[in-house]
Design a protein around this ligand. Structure first.
Ligand code: ARG
Length: 463
């Protein structure tokens, strides 16, 4: 049997393989809410403009709402023969209300319909992601406030660099996530134009009111060019790009958690809720959630690359290739959402080991810069000379296998005679972080202030 939605000029139905490659219902059924929302708005506009009678619009709307309830309840049967969500809904509508169902598709096409559904879905999802990112920021800012002064090693090249505080480290991620949210907002703002009414590609001769439809669906305005309307997937790409950057941030943090949770680092203990055991090694606590957050980032990036590649050779306007935008997008955004939830959970439960971190903060001559700065500030040495002197002192201490603070004054004066007893005050890690009071620096007072600022801002947003 040929397809009853478009089978007029077809004598037979599709080959089984054709149906298999063509049908998208297995994955695009996820768009059902958006599809029905779009159809309700389109029908209302057709009534408003007198293109359909009020009676038809009422019957169509009631039918669509009944379908919505049925899908919601899980009893709706989707059919592959009907290809996609649009035709599944329309065909079911026909069974329910008869001939009037056939008028719903007046002045629209599946091309503008799918573009609209997808925009609505991406918009809804961006809003959820934004709330999830904000929740992670909150979890991090709370940890930051609680541990604003907890000293830990700061690294460059994963080598001990200078002491910082745990709170400062947490707030670094709050900043990254704030930029991620900025990208999410930008993507949402830019996608917020309504393609419905562009029809197949050229617009329509019916006296439709696209501003009416756009408004009903919460869009800022209709899209301005019908060709662009049905062929644009920038909004998906932009969303996947924003998602990729956010996933990259989560992955970096996950990598740190994996390192910190090892017995060798021992900086944090993950809760039982976010760890797993080994089936053979009874002592193990594995940070699987963090590893999966790190691992899933690859999937998100991959979907961005796949969509860029799929789009790059398509002539205007719609081509069926574009149906391939969906599975990757759903998977990428669902993965990111899961990663955000898992990271928030891990952060809330994570217990930093303050003693271990503080001890580690002093390793690797982490206060050497403080010593050099002291030589500059107190002895008025040029920084380059101070760097050289400090390097020598580190050499002496390292040859003896001790920390800088364990050198005697005499040993220091062998290298630089002007050094006085007062130098020892700057060699401690607490003193080091306290001194970093420059704006954005790691001094506990700064960190406390920044954590409070974030907590206040996030609480305000929730009102
Ligand atoms: N299932 C299709 C998609 O996702 C809907 C649009 C089909 N349009 C068409 N002209 N065949 O892209």
């Amino acid at each position: 049997m040929s397809n009853r939605m478009w089978g007029g000029r077809f004598a037979t139905g599709p080959d089984a393989i054709m149906e298999e490659i063509n049908a998208s219902i297995d994955f695009d059924q996820r768009l059902w809410r958006q599809d029905i929302r779009g159809s309700l708005a389109h029908a209302a506009m057709l009534g408003e403009t007198g293109i359909l009678t009020r009676d038809d619009v009422n019957v169509i709307s009631a039918g669509l709402k009944a379908i919505e309830a049925e899908i919601e309840s899980g009893t709706f049967t989707f059919s592959r023969a009907l290809e996609d969500i649009h035709m599944n809904v329309e065909s079911n509508l026909k069974e329910r209300i008869g001939a009037a169902a056939g008028r719903l598709h007046t002045a629209r096409s599946r091309n503008d319909q799918v573009a609209t559904d997808m925009r609505l879905w991406v918009r809804d999802t961006l809003e959820t992601l934004d709330r999830q990112i904000a929740d992670l920021q909150l979890a991090l800012a709370e940890k930051a406030e609680a541990h604003a002064g907890a000293v830990m090693p700061g690294f460059t090249h994963l080598q001990s660099a200078q002491p910082v505080t745990f709170g400062h480290h947490m707030l670094a991620y709050v900043e990254m996530l704030a930029r991620d949210r900025g990208r999410v907002h930008d993507a949402r703002e830019r996608l917020n134009e309504c393609p419905l009414g562009a029809a197949a590609l050229a617009g329509t001769s019916f006296p439709i009111d696209r501003f009416h439809t756009a408004k009903a669906l919460g869009f800022a305005r209709p899209t301005a060019n019908s060709l662009d309307s049905v062929s644009d997937r920038d909004f998906v790409l932009e969303t996947l790009a924003a998602a990729s950057i956010c996933a990259m941030h989560l992955s970096r943090f996950a990598e740190e958690i994996v390192l910190w949770a090892t017995p060798q680092f021992g900086f944090v203990k993950l809760s039982d809720k976010f760890s797993t055991g080994s089936s053979i090694m009874p002592q193990k606590r594995n940070p699987d959630a963090a590893e999966l957050v790190r691992g899933k980032a690859g999937r998100v990036f991959g979907h961005l690359q796949a969509l860029l590649t799929m789009m790059k050779g398509l002539p205007l306007t719609y081509s069926k290739d574009m149906q391939e935008d969906k599975e990757g997008t759903f998977d990428a955004l669902q993965s990111l959402s899961l990663c955000l939830a898992a990271t928030s959970g891990m952060v809330r439960d994570m217990e930093p080991n303050l003693k271990v971190m503080k001890k580690a903060a002093g390793l690797g001559y982490a206060t050497a810069t403080d010593l050099a700065d002291w030589l500059v500030q107190v002895l008025k040495m040029p920084f380059r000379d101070a760097h050289h002197v400090t390097g020598k002192l580190v050499g002496v201490a390292s040859a003896r296998g001790i920390g800088l603070e364990k050198l005697t004054l005499a040993e220091m004066q062998d290298v630089e005679p002007q050094i006085t007893e007062a130098v020892f005050a700057v060699l401690g890690v607490e003193q080091s972080v306290k001194s970093r009071v420059s704006y954005g620096g790691t001094a506990p007072a700064n960190v406390r202030r920044q954590a409070k600022r974030w907590l206040k801002q996030l609480a305000k947003e929730q009102q």
